[in-house]
Design a protein around this ligand. Structure first.
Ligand SMILES: Cc1cc2nc3c(=O)[nH]c(=O)nc-3n(C[C@H](O)[C@H](O)[C@H](O)COP(=O)(O)OP(=O)(O)OC[C@H]3O[C@@H](n4cnc5c(N)ncnc54)[C@H](O)[C@@H]3O)c2cc1C
Length: 464
């Protein structure tokens, strides 16, 4: 059983909506655990998976212990595009101010409990109408913005947070995105064709004592609103949060801050368990006068974040604009390096010479990445630093142990990954564990390929 404690939703100021909208508060709403067939769904093999406007969500950090499988009973693809669920729009509200660059709408659809989703999943929407070839429009995916109980607390609705796509093409014509405009224009009572639910990469950690760090830009806030409603606005017998939820939300202007008042209410309610930081790039700057992007805000807490990242039950989720991961890595990598011994990074030419002179090449990408193609080296081993799991990419908890059982502390290594980020973390960990002769290869396999050095495409790993 679960009940909705607070079902008050507040939206940022806009002349078109009241600044505060309260939904009916329900008491003791049954919470059903659903159990359907598992079918894996990959949004785009993360690293960082990229959508049209937003990158999909990637847990990018350490997840070591889990008592139960996180995706147990999670339903995917109950409704397919050929036979979608037809819901109705119950509410559709613009949640950005009139002077915001672009409109974002919050909408609630009826599901009558037929689309059983979990926090962190997405649904597909098949917009009405036909495309230029006379065929029905293809579905677009949207991250679910409501908890499994839904905004009305009865498990019979699903909510989305949708940015209206409008852009000017190369011919100077104003083009409207098909599905986002269809959705933003829906009126209460209109029908909407829903597919899914899909996605298991962004499910919430089961551990109620976990630290959950959420990094969102724009409508990337959707899955985190769903998490945070479950955490702070609902009561569940099997889930009572006592960890730390820390949300960083980046937007261009304060008039585009999404669900600000809801989050402030959560903070007021649970100041010990919720931290909230906004980064408003066009209005705020840091001490150096630099624009306040999400990574700029995070940099203010870099050491604190790093300490949290080292904990086994810290989960980091990222959802938003393409490119945010790079900025965030730029903060974290130096901290990782500072923690351990100094990482020596060498370019691919130097790495190639050392590999030819007998250095071991330690490829820390996933097995799948490795099998698609790898550096051609006589001595090469593949031990992933990150593992691809249904929750996304998580740190391999046995990385150092696995390297230790394959090699000696005195062996000479070159560590490489895809682009040079994972290899820095891996090199740091190995140095901290006492490996003496480890060097990190700058730019990773991508740089190797760019230089047209020999590669091999095989799943065979040569023995040392
Ligand atoms: C897993 C996932 C979750 C998502 N969640 C959300 C969400 O919660 N909220 C949300 O708003 N969106 C979300 N999206 C994006 C969403 O699926 C759609 O891509 C988005 O709404 C645009 O669809 P549309 O039909 O309006 O645009 P379309 O008609 O499909 O047009 C999009 C195309 O227009 C072109 N285009 C776009 N901008 C420009 C430009 N500036 N210049 C030139 N060409 C351009 C590009 O070719 C682009 O592919 C998500 C995507 C994924 C994959």
């Amino acid at each position: 059983m679960a009940s909705v404690v607070t079902v008050a939703v507040s939206f940022p100021s806009s002349s078109t909506v009241p600044t505060r909208t309260s939904f009916s508060a329900l008491d003791r709403v049954p919470f059903q655990k659903v159990s359907f067939q598992y079918r894996d769904f990959s949004i785009s093999g993360r690293g960082v998976s990229i959508r049209a406007q937003v990158t999909t969500e990637e847990p990018v950090t350490k997840v070591v212990k889990e008592s139960k499988k996180q995706d147990e009973g999670v339903v995917v693809n109950k409704f397919k595009p050929k036979d979608p669920y037809t819901g109705r729009c119950l509410l559709n509200t613009k949640i950005t101010g009139d002077d915001a660059p672009g409109e974002t709408w919050h909408m609630v659809f009826s599901t009558e409990g037929e689309v059983p989703y979990r926090e962190g999943q997405s649904i597909g929407v098949v917009p009405d109408g036909i495309d230029k070839n006379g065929k029905p429009h293809k579905l677009r995916l949207y991250s679910i913005a409501s908890s499994a109980l839904g905004d009305f607390g009865d498990s019979k609705t699903v909510s989305l947070c949708v940015k209206r796509l409008v852009y000017t093409n190369d011919n100077g014509e104003v083009v409207k995105g098909v599905c986002s405009n269809f959705l933003c224009d829906l009126k209460p009572g209109n029908e909407v064709k829903i597919t899914g639910p899909v996605g298991k990469e962004m499910l919430m950690p089961k551990d109620p004592n976990a630290t959950i760090i959420m990094l969102a830009t724009g409508t990337g806030i959707a899955p985190f609103r769903s998490f945070l409603w479950k955490i702070f606005f609902e009561k569940h017998e099997d889930y009572k949060f006592n960890g730390l939820a820390w949300l960083f939300l980046g937007v261009p202007t304060s008039s585009s801050l999404l669900y600000k008042e809801e989050f402030e209410k959560m903070k007021e309610k649970s100041p010990e368990n919720f931290r909230l930081d906004f980064a408003v790039s066009r209005e705020q700057t840091n001490e150096k006068g630099e624009k306040m992007y999400i990574q700029t805000r995070m940099a203010e807490y870099a050491q604190e974040l790093w300490e949290l990242l080292k904990k086994d039950n810290t989960f980091v989720y990222m959802c938003g604009l393409k490119g945010m991961e790079k900025g965030i890595d730029e903060i974290m990598v130096p901290l990782a390096a500072k923690e351990g011994a100094d990482v020596v990074t060498i370019d691919v030419h130097a790495a190639k010479g050392l590999i030819q002179s007998g250095y071991v090449y330690l490829d820390v990408r996933t097995v799948e990445e490795f099998q698609k193609g790898h550096v051609d080296a006589t001595k090469i081993i593949n031990i992933p630093y990150m593992l691809s799991t249904p929750k996304g990419m998580v740190k391999n908890p046995n990385f150092v142990k696995e390297v230790s059982s394959a090699c000696n502390k005195q062996d000479h290594f070159i560590v490489g990954c895809k682009s040079g980020v994972r290899s820095q973390y891996a090199t740091t960990d190995l140095l901290a564990d006492g490996f003496k002769n480890v060097k990190d290869m700058e730019g990773g396999y991508m740089e190797w390929v760019k230089n047209k050095f020999h590669v091999k495409v095989s799943s065979d790993i040569e023995e040392l």
